[in-house]
Design a protein around this ligand. Structure first.
Ligand SMILES: [Zn+2]
Length: 237
């Protein structure tokens, strides 16, 4: 003869274990996700740094090109200046002079450009240095956090294993048919198989329970289930 009152007490206790185990399982699942989020954040910051470094390289290349251009034009000026000693006419002389002035004007524009690029390089350099420093710090923090999360996972897993042994010990005391019913409901009802009736409502689905059902639950002569969510019902004393 099954003692339903005792069985129900065991089921309520078992539900307590299963609720804790479910919470632990969620916590364990969240750890790799949290580690993944840390890695992703570092990856994004690394990509931003790379972008600024590429920008810096492009600016340095542009500066070099401008300097080569400037040098070429300086040589053109030298060439024209030496040609001035050889010209025969005033017209040729002033044409060369005009040409020299034109190239000199070009050069002062190029020099201005080079100065602007130098300013830009200084700005990006500061940005790159700042980001590198920050990334180094964040790398260290992330490594610490990941180490802690790994340790948490090991500890939580150990706790869960111990809890599972206790849970299984308790489950062994429960009537096989009742346990099978409990486990089926647990699986189909999001980890909650046993629900109290509070204010005449099932706390699993919040449906109002008929007086007859409440009476049956109170009599404790059988396992009574909620008609709408199928959870095993009990009344808190
Ligand atoms: Zn219900």
């Amino acid at each position: 003869m099954v003692n339903f009152e005792e069985q129900l007490k065991l089921l309520i206790e078992l539900q307590g274990f299963d609720t804790r185990l479910l919470k632990i399982k969620d916590e364990l699942t969240s750890i790799p996700e949290r580690i993944g989020a840390i890695d992703q954040s570092l990856k994004e910051k690394g990509a931003s740094l790379k972008k600024h470094e590429d920008n810096l390289k492009a600016l340095q290349l542009k500066r070099k090109e401008k300097e080569v251009e400037l040098q070429t034009k300086e040589e053109t000026i030298k060439k024209y200046t030496s040609q001035m000693h050889q010209v025969k006419t005033n017209k040729e002389y002033s044409a060369l002079q005009d040409e020299i002035n034109r190239v000199k004007a070009d050069n002062s524009l190029i020099e201005e450009d080079i100065l602007k690029i130098f300013d830009q390089i200084d700005g990006v350099n500061a940005e790159v240095a700042g980001e590198k420093e920050l990334l180094k710090k964040e790398d260290a923090v992330a490594a610490g956090e990941k180490k802690k999360l790994d340790a948490d996972a090991v500890r939580i897993k150990g706790d869960a294993d111990k809890l599972k042994i206790e849970r299984d010990g308790l489950a062994a005391k429960i009537d096989k048919a009742i346990l099978a019913k409990y486990e089926r409901i647990l699986k189909n009802r999001g980890g909650l198989a046993v629900a109290p009736i509070v204010d005449e409502s099932c706390q699993g689905c919040f449906s109002r329970m008929p007086a007859q059902v409440i009476n049956e639950v109170k009599m404790k002569n059988a396992i009574v289930c909620c008609e709408s969510c199928t959870r095993i019902l009990y009344v808190e004393e």
